[in-house]
Write a new protein. Structure first.
Length: 743
């Protein structure tokens, strides 16, 4: 085993050390007055109570699935037990990643509020450092978990054997697929459950508190306000942490599986497995690049541009990854031609694919920012349409969301086409890996938003001076945009990763093409395209049912406890927290089971080709649905926030509590489950279904052997070495040709 293999988990350990250092710095900051600490403790207790309730369900689920994986028959000889354990490891680390984020967020929020009493500079420093703890922690756990597990499995299955490209490597990748399956399974339940929780509380706080009672969302008289702030942590932080951990792992795994198929001219410096190691090394380099770039995120005074500071950090991490990836790629991959499924490419082509993936991710983020940021044309159009009522606000938001799918789809299509032209399917996968390399920075930027949102809520509930809430509102408004751009980034990476997983599935299952002229395959395509719609329906309906209970409870408290409005009676916050907790745990089951069971049912009843059609349908439909819902929800949210400082519509200025503002609140309420429940779950849905299909592929394919094995039309493919004549004057080395049986 090459020494560079040990570098991967070592970089993960370095990341964890930096995370603990940053966490210590945040915890040492001033936590504010006793009243502020009491509010923060209530939020933290509510968030932890939800996680414990969720974990009790997920522990049972994880144990059942791991047993099934362990005893369902040998996927690759002698690896079934390892797959069950690997699934549990992925599930545990995914849940732990979510906990890390939630824990630091509930400590950072009140400290950000206290810092905002001093300056915007200090408030940004505290909130972003809190977000960076989560970003670094999630990326470090992914790098450490995958790298460490790869070393253990390599030593177990391959050891000192020189046959690193044969069946033993298939076993290694098969078990790593179990790790990814565990991570994505927990991520889906965490994201859906957390999304239902946060939006049920948010809708109740908005509709009754803001619209009916005429008080601010975070007013301490609002019974749903604690549940709303808890929801920011369990949905937008813990759920998001598990989500991006799963995405990170799935992207690296897909690239490794396709890297196993590459046949190189000559050998490399890493025993012939450089294409397998490269995505893990790039992930480790991306982690360190993100850590270094975090020093760029700062503003000099209260007039500083927070969005520009975050953009500096983001671009810095991307540029660093691209600078370091070039020598790494040239050094690790062999100088001659490489080949995957008949497509020839070079190490330089692989680097261009990495560069392309970073560009695609950056463009997706910029497009998302344009459609969701305050002051931009799309959000302003929704603001203007709010002046004529609730219905036109809804129409405007839907229109913006639908329009926002055009450019991202074209960018993704171009990225897929060009990366394939550069390095075949491996190019598509490594482009996704390049995009996800800066996950630590992306997640830090994303997580700082909910921290700032909570900080504003604490400032409101603790009756702090207006300038404090003004500073937290600046951070919160930027956080809304960064949250939307983070979701756009996630769905873009999911599209590329799912294509790579889809290609790996076809190889393992022994199918070369998906023929939509076949009636059963076309039927599978339609079924797959339908899945994101029923998934979204279940998630949104769950939010609606839970929100109805929340609204009824808040109305009851205002009705039966008249002292609440006078400030003489404390609202019963715990009852609202209990409603969100119980509803989210109950309602997250059905959407999660769809993602897990549909591939199994379709695959075993109708075969791998029909399942391939289903995966194609769910990927295309899910990506578009995710972009639409994320951007529509983000635009509605910032249209509502635009009224906080006053907006001019047709020459007249409107503020909060005006009729256009009430229409904007309604639009935001509709957009909440779009952007925080069903929308961000789309990227997990399409990847989880692909990973489940990859894991069951050896059972449903004909003549297949395991993950990473190269298949042909009849599942037999031979690799022959033939000396190339002097026709090619550029090289005298043997050329690897792929020949299919019967050709």
């Amino acid at each position: 085993m090459s020494n560079i293999t040990y570098l991967v988990p070592a970089l993960g350990l370095v990341g964890l050390l930096v995370m603990f250092f940053k966490r210590g710095w945040v915890v040492r900051q001033d936590g504010g007055s006793p009243e502020m600490k009491t509010i923060a403790d209530a939020i933290a207790d509510g968030a932890l109570a939800f996680l414990k309730a969720e974990w009790r369900v997920l522990i049972v689920f994880g144990l059942i699935v791991s047993v099934i994986l362990g005893y369902s028959g040998t996927l690759v000889e002698n690896s079934s037990a390892f797959i069950g354990v690997s699934f549990l490891a992925g599930a545990f680390i995914s849940a732990f990643a979510g906990y890390i984020g939630m824990n630091i967020a509930t400590k950072s929020n009140v400290r950000t509020t206290q810092a905002a009493r001093t300056s915007l500079t200090k408030a940004l420093e505290v909130s972003f450092t809190g977000g960076s703890v989560m970003g670094i922690g999630v990326a470090s756990l992914a790098v450490l978990g995958l790298g460490g597990l790869f070393i253990i499995l390599y030593s177990t299955f391959i050891g000192d054997s020189t046959d690193v490209n044969g069946l033993p490597m298939e076993r290694v990748l098969e078990v790593l697929a179990g790790f990814s399956l565990g991570a994505e399974s927990i991520a889906l339940f965490a994201r859906v459950g957390g999304g239902i929780y946060t939006k049920a509380a948010d809708v109740g706080a908005d509709l009754v508190g803001k619209v009916e009672a005429g008080i601010p969302e975070d007013d301490p008289r609002n019974p749903a306000t604690i549940a709303d702030n808890v929801g920011d942590n369990v949905g937008d932080v813990a759920g998001m942490g598990a989500d991006l951990f799963g995405s990170y792992v799935a992207t690296i795994l897909a690239t490794m599986v396709l890297g196993r198929e590459i046949v190189a001219q000559g050998t490399d410096n890493f025993g012939g497995i450089a294409p397998i190691l490269l995505p893990m090394v790039i992930a480790g380099v991306g982690l360190i690049s993100s850590i270094l770039s975090m020093f760029l995120v700062r503003v000099s005074d209260d007039n500083g541009n927070v969005q520009a500071a975050l953009n500096r950090g983001n671009w810095g991490s991307i540029i660093l990854v691209l600078v370091v990836s070039y020598p790494l790629t040239m050094w690790m991959l062999p100088e001659g031609n490489l080949n995957i499924r008949g497509v020839d490419f070079t190490a330089m082509d692989v680097y261009w694919a990495i560069l392309l993936g970073s560009v695609v991710g950056a463009i997706m983020s910029m497009v998302t920012e344009f459609y969701t940021a305050m002051g931009k044309r799309p959000v302003q159009s929704i603001v203007n349409q709010s002046s004529t009522g609730h219905a036109t606000n809804i129409i405007g938001g839907l229109s913006v969301g639908m329009e926002s799918t055009v450019i991202p789809t074209l960018v993704l299509a171009a990225g897929i086409f060009l990366s394939y032209e550069m390095a075949g399917l491996y190019g598509v996968a490594i482009a996704a890996a390049g995009m996800m390399a800066t996950t630590a920075m992306q997640l830090a930027i994303d997580a700082f938003g909910p921290i700032a949102d909570n900080a504003g809520g604490i400032a409101e509930m603790a009756h702090l001076p207006e300038e404090v809430r003004g500073r937290t509102d600046i951070l919160d408004a930027v956080g809304n945009t960064t949250a939307a751009t983070g979701k756009g980034f996630a769905i873009a990476s999911a599209a590329l990763t799912s294509l790579a997983l889809f290609a790996a599935f076809c190889g393992v299952a022994g199918i070369n093409s998906i023929d939509i002229y076949k009636a059963n395959v076309l039927a599978g395509l339609f079924v797959g395209a339908m899945i994101p719609f029923i998934f979204s329906s279940l998630a949104i309906a769950a939010v609606g049912r839970a929100a109805m209970k929340m609204v009824e409870e808040v109305r009851r408290q205002f009705r039966e406890l008249p002292g609440i409005m006078e400030g003489t009676t404390k609202p019963e916050y715990d009852k609202c927290v209990a409603i969100s907790t119980q509803a989210s745990i109950k309602e997250m089951i059905a959407p999660g089971l769809i993602a897990l069971l549909v591939p199994v049912i379709v695959g075993f009843l109708f075969g791998p080709e029909v399942l391939g059609g289903t995966l194609a349908g769910v990927t295309v439909s899910g990506v578009l649905m995710g972009i639409f819902q994320n951007n529509a929800g983000g635009a509605w949210d910032n249209a509502k926030k635009s009224f906080e400082k006053g907006v001019v519509i047709n020459g007249e200025t409107y503020y909060k509590k005006s009729e256009p503002h009430k229409a904007a609140v309604t639009g935001d309420t509709v957009g909440d489950p779009f952007k925080d429940t069903s929308g961000p779950s789309m990227n997990i849905l399409i990847k989880l279904m692909s990973i489940v299909s990859l894991v069951i592929a050896p059972h449903i394919g004909t003549g297949s052997h395991g993950v990473g094995s190269v298949k042909a039309e009849d599942s037999v493919q031979t690799v022959t070495l033939a000396a190339q004549a002097d026709q090619d004057a550029k090289s005298e080395a043997p050329v690897v040709r792929l020949e299919r049986k019967g050709e």
